[in-house]
Design a protein around this ligand. Structure first.
Ligand SMILES: [Zn+2]
Length: 205
């Protein structure tokens, strides 16, 4: 825990004073423009990757960046989506998967899930990845097969996101755009799914 306490000391002494005005404004309300749905994986640090900070991203995370289907009973992800879209009125919803995703590795090889009854049930939500699996990309090297499945999962969860009632309404009203991203940890590259072209392409270059 020492490392965290040291980090907190640094925040209080060095970071907070410089952002005092910003936190003063944020203390009573938030108006994030982006809903960001991603995996729990420790290597995904949205504020670092996107240059955002306090008040910018409304985030929900879980193993495998899952969005349960709209017909399911309530859960933490879909309740968060509903609040972000209906109350906070975010302008963009971003579903972001990533390379080397442990949840998707487990979906490929379920042996590791034998003693994880909760994870096993949760990962039934990523079954849709198999029917949206993307073409192999040589740039992914030895991980190409896994990466193709992960991109398939991004599409599956993005479709689930777009089918959430609050999202359907907001998109119809023209106040929400829904994006599907794949983040590569090794290179830092982000790809976005192009629905018309039916393929992922780098956001930059
Ligand atoms: Zn993951």
């Amino acid at each position: 825990m020492e490392r965290l306490i040291e980090g907190y000391k640094h925040f209080l002494a060095e970071v907070f004073p410089g952002k005092r005005n910003q936190f003063h404004l944020l203390a009573e309300s938030q108006a994030p423009e982006w809903l960001f749905i991603t995996c729990s994986d420790s290597r995904i640090v949205p504020d670092l990757i996107l240059g955002t900070g306090p008040g910018d991203l409304f985030i929900t995370r879980n193993a495998g960046n899952v969005v349960p289907i709209a017909a399911n009973d309530v859960d933490g992800v879909t309740a968060t989506i509903e609040y972000a879209v209906e109350v906070l009125r975010v302008k963009h919803a971003i579903l972001c998967g990533h390379s080397d995703c442990g949840a998707m590795k487990a979906a490929l090889d379920r042996k590791g899930l034998e003693n994880l009854p909760k994870a096993r049930r949760w990962l039934s939500h990523v079954e849709g990845a198999f029917s949206h699996r993307q073409p192999l990309n040589p740039a992914d090297g030895d991980a190409a097969e896994l990466a193709a499945l992960i991109r398939g999962n991004v599409i599956a969860q993005w479709l689930n996101l777009r089918a959430q009632p609050a999202v359907v309404r907001a998109v119809e009203e023209g106040r929400l755009t829904v994006h599907a991203w794949y983040y590569d940890i090794l290179t830092g590259r982000i790809e976005e799914y192009d629905e018309k072209a039916r393929r992922f392409a780098p956001i930059l270059g």
